[in-house]
Design a protein around this ligand. Structure first.
Ligand code: ZN
Length: 421
C-alpha cells in the first residue's frame, strides 16, 4: 500500500528541518536591486556553498554552485521511467528589511497571545490571522530588529529535509529529483541566469508561498512602462517663454493616472498602474511605472492609458519630447498550466493527502515560477509555512514547515506512482 504523509510532527522528529532552518537564517543573504552583477550580492554564495556541502553529505554527488550562484543537484530516481521533478527555492532575502545578524527566537506552545519583540515590534492574531491556526505550535520569529528570512529559507530547509527523508528511507519510491536554489528572487532577476538547458526537469515547484495549504498557479501579467520626458533648458534668469520644465510635465502625467487603478485602491483580481520611481532633472526625467493585471486585455489597456496621457501632454506643449516604452516583465502562468491540468490536480491531491484542503490563490505579484513556466518549465508555487514576509514581523510555524515536507513527499510519491509521467 502506498504511504502518504499527514503528520508534520513525525517529520519534525525524523529530519533536522528546524535545525537547518535556524542555521540558514543566520547567514546574511540580502540581495540588492540596484546592483547590476549576477548574483546581485556576493554574500549569497555563503549560503550557496553551505548548501552544496549539505547536498553532498546527503548523497547528491553532482551538487554544485555556478558562477552566478545557482545551486543545482540531482537525486536519481529509484523507480523506472517517470517524470523528472524540480524543486526550487531562493537563497536571497528581501532588501526591504535588514537581513544581517538574524537571531531566531522560539515561542513554544503558542497560546494565541501577542508576541512582543524588540523595537516595539509585536505580532498579534489580529494583524496576522494565520496565527489563530497555530495554537500549540512553536512559532519562530526574529528578535524584531531584522526580518526572519523564512522567505525563502523555510523553502530551502523543507526541500533539504525531503532529500534527508529519502536518504533515510531508501525503500520509498521517488522520481528523479532536480533541486535548484536560486539567487536574487527578491530583485525580480531570479531566473535571469537559470541553467534551463542543464536543469532538465519536466515539471518543477517553487516552495516560496505563505501559509497552510496555499498553492499558486496564477500570477499577474506584468509590464513595465518607462516614460521619458525631455524639456527645454535655459538659464532660469532668462527663461521666460523659453524654458520647458520636464519635471512639471512628469508630475502632470502622474497626476492624470486613474487614481482608482492604483495598488492602494485595488484588491483581489483587480489590476493597477503604479508609478514607482522618477529619476532626472528639469531638463530630462524618466518615470518607471509598473502595470499589472491577471488578464492580457486590461493590461494592454493600462499601457494605452499611459500613452494617451503622454500624447495629451505632448499636444499641450509641442516643445516637449515624450517617449513611452513598454516592456514585458512576466506573464500569468495559468495560460500555460491550463494546458497541463494534471500538474495542478496532482499538487492539490498532495495537499489533500497531507490532511489540509488546498487553497488555490492567485498571486498579486510574480514568482520565479512564472518566468520558468514561460520559459517552458511548468512551475506552480507551494506554501512554505511563513507569514508577514519582507518585514520584522515575519514568522513561521514549525508545524506548518513540517506540513510542507509532508506535501512535497506526497507529491513526489504521486509522481513516482503515476504511469504517464
Ligand atoms: Zn520568496
Amino acid at each position: 500500500m502506498t504511504k502518504y504523509f499527514n503528520n508534520p510532527h513525525d517529520i519534525l522528529e525524523a529530519t533536522s528541518l528546524v535545525k537547518r532552518f535556524t542555521e540558514y537564517v543566520k547567514i546574511h543573504t540580502t540581495s540588492d536591486e540596484h546592483s547590476e552583477s549576477s548574483p546581485s550580492t556576493e554574500r549569497q554564495f555563503d549560503l550557496a556553498r553551505k548548501l552544496v556541502r549539505e547536498l553532498h553529505e546527503l548523497g547528491l554527488s553532482d551538487a554544485q554552485v555556478d558562477e552566478h550562484c545557482y545551486v543545482t543537484a540531482t537525486l536519481p530516481e529509484n523507480t523506472k521511467g517517470r517524470a523528472t521533478v524540480g524543486l526550487i527555492a531562493h537563497l536571497d532575502t528581501s532588501p526591504a528589511a535588514p537581513g544581517e545578524g538574524v537571531t531566531p527566537l522560539f515561542h513554544e506552545k503558542y497560546d494565541g497571545s501577542t508576541i512582543r519583540l524588540k523595537d516595539n515590534v509585536s505580532i498579534s492574531p489580529e494583524d496576522t490571522p494565520d496565527l489563530t491556526a497555530c495554537m500549540g505550535d512553536t512559532i519562530i520569529t526574529s528578535d524584531g530588529t531584522t526580518l526572519l528570512g523564512a522567505d525563502d529559507k523555510a523553502g530551502i530547509a523543507e526541500i533539504i529535509s525531503v532529500l534527508e527523508y529519502f536518504k533515510d528511507h531508501p525503500d520509498l519510491p521517488h522520481p528523479k529529483i532536480r533541486v535548484a536554489f536560486t539567487p536574487d528572487e527578491e530583485t525580480g532577476r531570479g531566473t535571469a541566469k537559470f541553467p534551463m538547458e542543464t536543469f532538465g526537469a519536466d515539471v518543477a515547484f517553487t516552495v516560496d508561498g505563505t501559509f497552510d495549504g496555499e498553492i499558486n498557479v496564477e500570477t499577474f501579467n506584468a509590464d513595465s512602462a518607462y516614460v521619458t520626458i525631455t524639456g527645454v533648458s535655459t538659464h532660469p534668469g532668462t527663461a521666460k517663454g523659453k524654458l520647458v520644465n520636464a519635471l512639471r510635465y512628469m508630475s502632470k502625467l502622474i497626476e492624470r493616472l486613474p487614481a482608482e487603478k492604483s495598488p492602494e485602491c485595488t484588491e483581489g483580481r483587480e489590476g493597477f498602474i503604479h508609478p514607482i520611481e522618477v529619476n532626472g532633472d528639469a531638463s530630462k526625467c524618466k518615470c518607471h511605472l509598473i502595470l499589472r493585471d491577471f488578464e492580457e486585455r486590461p493590461l494592454a489597456e493600462f499601457g494605452r492609458i499611459v500613452r494617451e496621457i503622454a500624447e495629451g501632454l505632448q499636444k499641450e506643449e509641442p516643445r516637449l519630447k515624450i517617449d513611452v516604452e513598454i516592456k514585458r516583465r512576466y506573464s500569468n502562468m495559468i495560460q500555460f498550466l491550463r494546458k497541463k491540468p494534471e500538474i495542478t490536480n496532482r499538487l492539490s491531491e498532495a495537499v489533500r493527502l497531507a490532511g489540509v484542503e488546498p487553497i488555490i490563490k492567485p498571486i498579486r505579484g510574480g514568482t520565479d515560477g512564472a518566468n520558468l513556466t514561460k520559459m517552458g518549465l511548468p512551475c506552480p508555487n507551494i506554501f512554505s509555512g511563513g507569514m508577514n514576509y519582507h518585514g520584522p514581523t515575519e514568522c513561521v510555524s514549525t508545524r506548518s514547515m513540517g506540513l510542507v515536507v509532508c506535501v512535497l513527499l506526497n507529491l513526489l510519491t504521486l509522481y513516482a506512482n503515476s504511469q504517464q509521467g
